[in-house]
Write a protein that binds this ligand. Sequence first.
Ligand SMILES: [Zn+2]
Ligand SMILES: [Zn+2]
Ligand SMILES: [Zn+2]
Length: 193
Amino acid sequence: MQIAVSFGCPGCAHPIVLEAITAEARCRACLRTVALDHAAWASFAAKAVARLLAGDKVGRSTNFDRYTVVTRVALAAPTCACGAAIAIDDLDALERCACGAAIAIRRGEDAWLPAAIHDDIVAVIGERAPAAIAPVSPVAFRCACGAGLTTDGTTRAVRCATCGEVDVPLGLWDALHPTLPAPAMYALIGGVA
Ligand SMILES: [Zn+2]
Ligand SMILES: [Zn+2]
Ligand SMILES: [Zn+2]
């Protein structure tokens, strides 16, 4: 089944899209790190999976701590971002799609997964490491005071001679560090076709 989880950053409300079932997520807008433990995942993901398996409708929101977490789970076979179906031959090896993309596979023995998703989880397919905030060629923008500033994309805060520390505008920052819209995480659960 396909699993997609997102929530609004508690610091800046920018959407955070979870790309792996892990203990923390980073907001790509304000760079704040949000901690997520087993219990957090269980409170939204495991609950949504259980409801889907019980025949409930797809998708639900849950409040977790201060966040509104949007979890969507659906019965769907693993698919690469290119659209091709992913045939899993060996749960212990990376799968490679015909398009060249490497598809990560994590076995359900990993203690995180039964606690976070489902007791009978066999594997999670397609987790990604969040893209690094890597330097780019300097990009110019204008400060609210009119001064010309530049950013190399590695940090949100930039120094303006007049205003002091200012943020790179969110629109520009998002363009430099786009949030990928459709995370392709799939859980294989024993006994589920
Ligand atoms: Zn944020
Ligand atoms: Zn592909
Ligand atoms: Zn300024």
